[in-house]
Structures are given as C-alpha cells and as structure tokens.
Design a protein around this ligand. Structure first.
Ligand code: SF4
Length: 265
C-alpha cells in the first residue's frame, strides 16, 4: 500500500470511529483486526470493510516484514543503485546511456571488479556482457565450476569512459565510494581485480599487472587477487593459463574444489 492509500485508510477509520463515538461508544479494546471487525459489526452494522483494513495500529506502514539478511543486503544495494542512477558527480555522467551498477549474489564469497563499463555494458546496463563478459562467465562457470549468479560482478566507475579510455583519477575518486559501499554490504571473502586498471587503481600502485598477479594483496582489509582482464585474454589467449592459475588460487583460498584436470576456459 502506498502512503496515500494508508492515509486514506486512516482517515476512513477515524471517520468510522467518530461515528461509533456519536452512537455512544466511548472506548474500544482493539485486541486484533478480527475482534474489531466483529465488534464493529455488532455495534454499527454499516461499519465493516474499512475498519478491517485499517485495524492494525495507526503507524506508518513498513515497506516489508522483517527481511532475511540477503534480502536486506539486496534492498540496501538497490538503494545505492538508485543513487548511482541519478549520479552526476563526475563528467562521465554526460556520456552514459545507462549506469552499470553490478550484478550477482549480495552474499557472494567472490567479487570480480573491472575498471568500468564498455559500449555493450553501457547499452545494457550490466557489467561484463559481450565477448569479454562471455569469457568471464566461462572462467567462472566452466573453469571454477560456479554459477555467474553465485558471484558478484562490478566495476570501479559506474559510467562508461568515452572510447573505453582508462577512468581519470577524479572519476575514480568520485565513484569509488559507491564500490566501497557495495563491498561493505557484500563482504566478499576474496576480490578478484580484473585487469591492470582495476588492480592498480584498487591497490593504489603503478606496479604492472604481470607483477601484481600471482599473489594476494588487500583492499580495505579484503584479500584481493589481480588477474588479467578477459578482454586482454581474448587478445592474448596464451595468457589464459596464467589467469586460470589465479582462479585456482581463489578456489583454494575459499576451500572450494579445484577442478585440476580442467583446461583453462
Ligand atoms: S562514474 Fe560514478 S561518480 Fe561518475 S557520474 Fe557515474 S556514478 Fe557518478
């Protein structure tokens, strides 16, 4: 029920109770909606449905009953996403078609983070779609034996940098707080930084990705493993083996089965 609907119901209840008062009734023991309905029917036959609908204590309607933890996380992620959709904190807002917030399990153990949306992501409003996205999905599903829906996938900046250029420092600085809030809610056990820009930006370093990958670092206290960006792997398929070694490190870290006999995706 919307606020207007609730207000209408409350006004109707007030009017009905006033009628009962004029009939000589001075107080009412509202022990429950059903009791109230029976009581009202007995004392004022014309008063029925509105009282039943408005019988609960007249307080602001809650949006939903106590939610499961994952639902609560999803609601909070949705709230951040609502902020992102109207965000104009940096120049990237001007050129976007859609903001690209993130997808996946709000309680994911693994979070994949790239640097920013590309053209297809900008068009569809979802991270890692298109060819590179399909390879990431294969890495997750065929390689790690997980479902894409089991992990969480996001980017550092939520709007597409024009021409797929690297995000500028001011853009990262403006947008990173959204990512930090996503991470704080999801609380992944491992972050996998996809590509040079994501790894260097998150780790605040200029060290090449080839030196960063292969070992865990930390981002705001969360273990972070850099690996190659799927788009780079499409251009350099020989490096898929190295990326697969990185993904196996993540599986081991999480105590998950490592499909040792599988080829790199
Ligand atoms: S990139 Fe981030 S900070 Fe910049 S406009 Fe988009 S949502 Fe806002």
């Amino acid at each position: 029920m919307g606020h207007r609907g609730a207000a209408d119901r409350l006004r109707e209840l007030s009017r009905r109770l006033e009628t009962l008062k004029l009939c000589g009734h001075r107080y009412l023991d509202a022990a429950g909606a059903e009791d109230l309905k029976t009581w009202a029917a007995r004392h004022a036959p014309s008063v029925s449905a509105p009282i039943e609908a408005a019988a609960p204590p007249p307080k602001a309607p809650s949006r939903r009953p106590a939610a499961a933890p994952s639902g609560t996380k999803q609601e909070q992620l949705d709230a951040i996403n609502a902020e992102v959709r109207v965000c104009v904190k940096c120049p990237l807002a001007k050129g976007r078609t859609n903001t690209v917030f993130g997808v996946g399990d709000p309680a994911a153990r693994i979070m994949f983070i790239g640097e920013g949306p590309g053209a297809e992501e900008d068009r569809r409003g979802e991270p890692f779609v298109g060819r590179a996205g399909q390879l990431l999905t294969d890495m997750i599903e065929k390689g790690m034996n997980l479902r894409r829906a089991d992990v969480y996938i996001a980017n550092i900046v939520k709007c597409r940098p024009p021409g797929n250029r690297d995000p500028e420092p001011v853009e990262v600085e403006s947008c990173e707080p959204y990512l930090k809030r996503q991470i704080a809610l999801i609380q992944p056990e491992v972050i996998c930084a996809l590509g040079r820009v994501a790894a260097q930006t998150l780790l605040k370093t200029a060290t090449p990705i080839s030196s960063l990958r292969g070992e865990f670092h930390a981002y705001e206290g969360t273990p972070l493993l850099p690996t190659f960006h799927p788009a780079y792997l499409l251009r350099n398929p020989a490096m898929k083996k190295e990326a697969w070694n990185d993904l196996k490190m993540i599986l081991r870290r999480l105590g998950l089965a490592v499909p040792a006999d599988k080829k790199s995706p």
